[in-house]
Design a protein around this ligand. Sequence first.
Ligand SMILES: Nc1ncnc2c1ncn2[C@@H]1O[C@H](COP(=O)(O)OP(=O)(O)OP(=O)(O)O)[C@@H](O)[C@H]1O
Length: 247
Amino acid sequence: MTTEDISGAAPGADSAGVRDRAVVRVGGLRKEYGDTVALDGVSLEIGAGEAVAVMGPSGCGKSTLLNMIAGLDRPSAGSVHVHGEDLGGMSETALALFRRRRVGMIFQFFNLIDDLPAIDNVALAAQLTGTPARQARRRALELLNELGIADRQNVYPAALSGGERQRVAVARALMNRPALLLADEPTGALDSHAGEQVMDLLIDLNELGQTLLLVTHDQRLATRCAGRLVTMADGRITGERTLERSA
Ligand SMILES: Nc1ncnc2c1ncn2[C@@H]1O[C@H](COP(=O)(O)OP(=O)(O)OP(=O)(O)O)[C@@H](O)[C@H]1O
């Protein structure tokens, strides 16, 4: 896999250090759902080229934080900047464009479209930003090739293994060279072998300069893939430490 293949994010991981350019800046973030306070004053900065894992007990607000950074939901208070763009100031249309162009997301249950073969699941991400179909399919095939599943390009999600589905989802997430790759329990539905392969893939991508934010319950995923661990409880950040990546 090459830097050129994956992203426009790589230049951030330069010799000047990885945290000199923030890809994510979250300040005083609060989110209420009725009486539930899901986020209660979260501030976090992620530098270009960093891999950050967020861990904490169920219900502590991890996915809510991820969704705010992805522009999938709006905060009750506080600010989110991604790649220098202020999400709070965006119209719904601008936010939809931001989601397509700036962030790639992978989820526990893949979220692939059942009635499209692998290649079209991937290509669609670029077609939605206006890339002509032929060009989108060409890049989709390159990515599937880089991820080792080009031979599965015409297979529908139902006939793919869990690991293959997640690889298709990763290819889709990388399609528009996102500044930020967000992963919500990316190995949660995989057996240990497929999980290891997805972890290796995330490590490779980060080493090529892709900025990564992942939410997980899996200590092994966090320590293998991330350089920094953020812990949360009750909607707040309760701790932060640098990780030495384990083998
Ligand atoms: N759309 C929603 N409507 C109402 N409440 C919500 C919504 N989304 C999240 N919540 C609540 O906000 C809190 C934080 O939820 P969130 O999903 O962010 O936690 P989490 O740490 O990701 O949990 P898990 O590890 O179980 O996925 C929980 O109390 C949850 O019930």
